[in-house]
Design a protein around this ligand. Structure first.
Ligand SMILES: Cc1cc2nc3c(=O)[nH]c(=O)nc-3n(C[C@H](O)[C@H](O)[C@H](O)COP(=O)(O)OP(=O)(O)OC[C@H]3O[C@@H](n4cnc5c(N)ncnc54)[C@H](O)[C@@H]3O)c2cc1C
Length: 377
């Protein structure tokens, strides 16, 4: 069997590893446009019981990756200078480059052919592949070239964001909300190594216009954001890595395949970064496709059908949670101005509609106790 994988992000690397590990006789090659040691952004965080999703299906990889992660259990929300810890979460973070390098090593250990510095422009050269797995991310050329067959839907979310890093080491995943005369800002920040933290700044459309970010270069935006979060950064600077203002594209495809071409990861769907699940979803897609192929080793068509059927329900739930989460941030100006710190934090925790007050009491008893106390003050 000849399998071609396009894109060497988490989805492509992990799927390549799984399929080749179980089928050493398969011809599995992965093509990536970037050099081996390049990536965008800084660290990524895994929420919702961190890497637990891997444990049941792939304990070896779970044990291999876990020691490289920074993990913690609280989430912190800072609003009106009140620092509120929310217990019972469970996050783990890692530098994106380190993560990709670890997955690349796994691939090499089972003899996946990794080809870097090669940009795919057309699928014609892969006519002899039995299966083509498109893992080429949010701007997927494969998806775009067949968008009517995949029935792609794309909506651009309203809030601009910019992805920085910093040497300031925060103690956990924190969401810090700040306001100035131009408008409102939220920083999503967390440590991902012993030296670095991710620091994503999100704002809303009116603030973006009031500041005039559109006319600023990256350096000017960086300096402006440093001033907004000066109190939180503690004299540390923000660092950029291809950092620019972006608007998150919400992508979904009604059809997940076309003939022997199948989409996984961000090329298939996106999930707003505020739920910290894009990488996890990409890896879960890989597991799902791998399992379907394992169950149907001689019938690729059936495997692809089974992959979409088994994966779709769970994915739909998470994607709709991510949309609800993104929309909460689009209202952050009103929420920041009208809610007290504890009301604001509770609103944040229940924003996706998946967590009720009752559930929150079970997950975060310490926080809910403080919340109840704040109601009596
Ligand atoms: C600001 C921000 C913060 C985020 N934070 C988190 C987080 O904290 N936690 C989390 O889980 N997720 C986070 N995500 C989402 C996460 O980065 C993605 O969901 C995840 O990387 C998807 O993996 P993937 O393999 O599908 O795609 P990608 O990681 O995008 O990989 C696609 C790969 O394909 C390659 N490629 C593209 N086109 C071609 C081509 N034509 N030829 C060859 N190669 C090609 C690209 O170079 C890339 O390496 C964040 C995203 C953003 C924008």
């Amino acid at each position: 069997m000849k399998i071609t994988i396009i894109g060497g992000g988490p989805a492509g690397l992990y799927f390549s590893y799984l399929i080749k590990r179980d089928n050493p006789d398969y011809n599995v090659s992965l093509i990536e446009q970037n050099p081996q040691n390049a990536t965008f952004g800084f660290g990524v965080v895994f929420s919702d019981r961190a890497l637990e999703f891997l444990r049941a299906d792939d304990e070896y990889t779970y044990k291999y990756l876990s020691p490289h992660m920074k993990s913690w259990s609280d989430l912190k929300i800072v609003h009106k200078d009140k620092h509120m810890a929310i217990d019972g979460n469970g996050f783990a973070a890692i530098g994106r480059l380190e993560f990709l390098n670890l997955l690349q090593k796994l691939c090499l250990s089972v003899d996946v052919k990794l080809e870097f510095n090669t940009t795919i422009q057309s699928l014609k050269e892969f006519d002899d592949s039995d299966l083509i797995v498109a893992c080429d991310g949010v701007n997927s050329i494969v998806r775009k070239s067949l968008s009517s067959e995949f029935k792609t839907k794309e909506t651009i979310l309203q809030n601009p964001f910019i992805w920085f890093g910093t040497s300031k080491l925060f103690d956990c995943l924190s969401l810090t909300f700040r306001e100035n005369s131009d408008g409102v800002f939220c920083a999503h920040h967390y440590p991902y190594s012993s030296k670095m933290s991710t620091f994503i700044v999100e704002t809303n459309s009116s603030t973006y216009q009031n500041v005039g970010f559109a006319d600023m270069n990256t350096e000017e935006s960086r300096i402006y954001c440093e001033k907004v979060f000066a109190k939180d950064l503690d004299n540390h600077i923000l660092l950029s890595n291809k950092s620019e203002w972006r608007w998150f594209p919400q992508i979904w495809n009604d059809n997940w395949s076309s003939n022997n071409i199948v989409l996984i990861g961000d090329s298939l769907h996106t999930a707003h970064f505020s739920i910290g699940s894009g990488t996890r979803l990409a890896m879960e897609d890989s597991i799902s496709l791998y399992k379907s192929l394992k169950a149907n080793p001689t019938n690729i068509d059936e495997a692809i059908v089974q992959y979409a059927k088994s994966r779709r329900p769970q994915l739909e739930k998470l994607v709709s949670a991510s949309v609800a989460s993104a929309h909460w941030y689009e209202k952050m100006d009103v929420l920041m101005r009208t809610l007290s710190p504890y009301e604001f934090a509770r609103s944040y925790m229940t924003r996706t509609g998946r967590i009720s007050d009752e559930k929150l009491k079970k997950i975060a008893p310490r926080f809910m106790e403080e919340y109840m106390l704040s109601q009596t003050e």
